[in-house]
Write a protein that binds this ligand. Structure first.
Ligand SMILES: Nc1nc2c(ncn2[C@@H]2O[C@H](COP(=O)(O)OP(=O)(O)OP(=O)(O)O)[C@@H](O)[C@H]2O)c(=O)[nH]1
Length: 427
């Protein structure tokens, strides 16, 4: 990955050097000349940057100013080389003095070239290279903070017909318009990419699959209801997938893409969400033991905080089961994990009750009593386990089965339909 970044930065600079009429050279991370244009060669003694000059230009100072002796001895004024440090290389140019406006001009040109290399020329959205870059940042971020992240793959239906019937420029206009419509519907933290041709991808950080379905549906409707000036009605098919724990970028994309093709096969103009692989577990780091609890999309309420906390409870429940099966985990460590689960649960119950109060949930009192009862019983069991009067099996049965799973699958599911505003709508 790093090599790609370095290479693309070097490529960018070299390309800029070729375009610019200013004398320009590019030094790579090792201080070797990666590129030198003819304007620079003309002013340098022997047409090249000597090892001493290169060493001076790649020193630790952020900017380096050196005096260049002219080889012909005719020019009495000193000439200066200036190195602009970039992330992985340095751009060297010739200036009269440190405030030379050419530095600013070059930096602006570089910035412009950098932008062009990251965006799609037709629609102005991020290009496919950037999609790969974003994946390598967003996937570890989501995993690190235990947040859900979703991917949409969107394809314009029968786009070939638009080109065939109205011409390529109308097709181009449709692509621009579709990308504008998508941009209007997503949040600032979401990112839109043109993946190629008439296919777009959208990355939705901190978004569960149920919220992603809602967003995708909103996109589909916004595009389907828009009146395109010449093309008329245009529809899109969308595949959505949520990243699973430990899943590679390729596997994730492939699941979203499969969902897209299912949407196409089902008749187009629709959204299909990829189900999680049944054998994958939210606590995937504990292997594929059948006793662990798999997370399913039907457990999602559509409220981001509730879903995030429910997932975390599943993860902690799986961790507790794994610890009980692991002979190397002692009683104290097991009880510490049980404590963590109970305290997370207490925080979750309190947050959930606040959310339910906000939406005016009519069975809130009942739900509050159920929470209190569960927490009291959980703490009592934990204390009994400490004194040895109950065994780990009883703790697991209650904490994992009754507290986490059954409560969520029965009492909690009763209020899911009332959480009518999913994440996307609230933001
Ligand atoms: N105008 C325009 N057309 C493009 C561009 N990139 C790709 N296309 C066209 O997009 C069309 C894609 O056609 P297909 O892959 O057959 O898909 P489709 O017609 O959308 O059919 P389905 O995806 O099956 O609904 C081709 O005709 C491409 O030439 C572009 O930048 N501008």
């Amino acid at each position: 990955m790093k090599t790609t970044i370095i290479n693309s930065e070097l490529d960018l600079l070299c390309q800029q050097g070729r375009l610019s009429s200013e004398p320009i050279a590019v030094l790579d991370e090792q201080g070797e000349v990666a590129f030198i244009n003819s304007a620079m060669q003309d002013v340098l003694p022997d047409g090249t940057l000597s090892a001493t000059t290169r060493a001076a230009l790649t020193g630790s100072k952020a900017r380096r100013l050196i005096t260049l002796a002219r080889s012909d001895g005719q020019d009495r004024t000193s000439r200066q080389l200036f190195a602009i440090p970039l992330e992985h290389c340095r751009l060297v140019t010739l200036i009269e003095h440190e405030d030379d406006p050419r530095i600013k001009r070059l930096q602006a040109q570089l910035e412009e070239a950098r932008k062009r290399s990251m965006t799609d020329a037709l629609t102005g959205v991020w290009n496919r290279n950037q999609f790969d870059e974003f994946l390598h940042i967003e996937i570890p971020r989501a995993e690190r903070y235990g947040q859900p992240i979703c991917l949409l793959v969107l394809d314009i239906d029968h786009f070939k017909r638009v080109n065939d019937e109205h011409g390529h420029s109308v097709g181009d206009e449709v692509l621009r318009q579709v990308s504008d419509l998508i941009r209007q519907q997503i949040r600032l933290v979401d990112s839109l990419f043109r993946w190629g041709g008439e296919e777009f991808t959208v990355l939705l950080p901190n978004t569960s699959l149920s919220a992603a379905r809602f967003i995708a549906e909103r996109l589909r409707q916004a595009i389907g209801q828009f009146c395109f000036e010449t093309a008329g009605v245009v529809t899109v098919s969308i595949g959505a997938a949520e990243l699973e724990r430990g899943e590679t970028a390729e596997a994730w994309f492939s699941r979203a893409d499969d969902a897209l093709y299912e949407a196409k096969n089902l008749g187009r103009d629709q959204v299909v969400c990829a189900e999680a692989n049944a054998d994958r577990l939210i606590g995937g780091e504990y292997g594929d033991s059948p006793v662990l609890m798999p997370w399913k999309s039907i457990y999602e309420s559509g409220h981001p905080l509730i879903d995030q906390q429910h997932r975390e409870l599943f993860r902690m429940g799986n961790r507790l089961i794994a610890a009980s099966l692991d002979e190397t985990v002692g009683k104290e460590d097991f009880l510490r994990l049980a404590d963590e689960l109970i305290e997370h649960c207490a925080q979750h119950f309190s947050d959930e009750e606040n959310i339910l109060a906000e939406i005016g949930y009519e069975d809130l009192d009942q739900h509050h009593k159920a929470h209190n009862g569960l927490l009291t019983r959980a703490r009592k069991l934990r204390n009994q386990a400490r004194t040895g009067s109950v065994n780990t099996r009883d703790v697991i049965d209650f904490l994992v089965d009754k507290l986490v799973k059954q409560h969520m699958l029965t009492a909690d599911m009763a209020f899911f339909p009332q959480l009518t505003k999913p994440a996307a709508e609230q933001n």
